[in-house]
Design a protein around this ligand. Sequence first.
Ligand SMILES: Nc1ncnc2c1ncn2[C@@H]1O[C@H](COP(=O)(O)OP(=O)(O)O)[C@@H](O)[C@H]1O
Ligand SMILES: [Mg+2]
Length: 347
Amino acid sequence: MAPIQHLTHRTPQVTADELLAGFHPSHRFGEVSFDSYRPDPSQPSQSEAVQRLRDFAAGIGSASGGGLFGRIFGGRRPAAKAGIYLDGGFGVGKTHLLASLWHAAPGPKAFGTFVEYTNLVGALSFRKTVEVLSGYKLVCIDEFELDDPGDTVLMSRLMRELSDAGVKLAATSNTLPGSLGDGRFAAVDFQREIQVLADQFDVARIDGEDYRHRGLPQAPEPIGDGELEEYASSRYGDRTLAVDDFAELVRHLSSVHPSRYRQLLDGIDVLVLHNVHTITEQSLALRFVVLADRLYDKDVPIVASGAPFSELFTQEMLAGGYMKKYFRAVSRLTALAREGQKGEVLL
Ligand SMILES: Nc1ncnc2c1ncn2[C@@H]1O[C@H](COP(=O)(O)OP(=O)(O)O)[C@@H](O)[C@H]1O
Ligand SMILES: [Mg+2]
């Protein structure tokens, strides 16, 4: 008989060292670097952030703590703060950059999410956490967020004490440090703590869109499924509409050779698609890519209900070997939908 265990009977003891051994970037960010971050040329704040982080990394562990600047200009320049704080929206690469900083820095160093640090304090006690982390050169805190007064007091003190001990700090958040906690609790009562916290960091704001959707045009407002035909015929009067259910069209495409998709569209002026949804099968997705190209070649406006075309393919597809094809298809279909639903003319 297989031996039986009960998790409820186990109370593992974990030493501080064992706990801290887990404070490194996750597998996904195990190999990232400043070089593998591709700044968006239309968002200057991205390449600026990379440069600031490179400089910051270069200053870690140096005797004066101020990097080259600190050594050359000494007292004439206001000392750089102990911390750098990356502020920006979802998907602009904050975690990528924070992990790149961690990889570039000398040790000992820690990388964890905000919640992991609050848990660490819970497990070790505040004093012990300060004592241990004070021996580190760099402490990286991903997803800084203040949800309650307890965390605010705790993290404010922790950041202050580590900074006083000469530890470099780096954090990411989608909230500016001075606005942390806004709307979550009576943050006004903790302005002093929040200010102390904010004072430990210089802010690098990173603008831009989600890297995974970069360069894609915005989807038009969705149209209700019941209004599609009416909308299309009022808009396109005497033109020829092809009206199809999305799922049926996807199925049909697998029975027509892609080389004939051009003929499939013969004489069609507008495509009306009911209930667009994510295609989960790669072979069907690739056929739809071919159809998208033919629609685009022929400049057929699309009027559609259901999911926006940005959701046509799965995240795995958008990150896989055919990502360029998929992004191109999403971009083209979205442009055709904007033409069909917003009257935009393609260039
Ligand atoms: N400029 C970029 N160059 C290369 N990869 C990027 C870039 N921005 C984001 N990524 C990748 O996109 C994904 C999402 O980025 P992430 O760092 O998690 O964003 P954030 O933390 O700002 O939400 C990650 O896999 C990341 O490696
Ligand atoms: Mg992140």
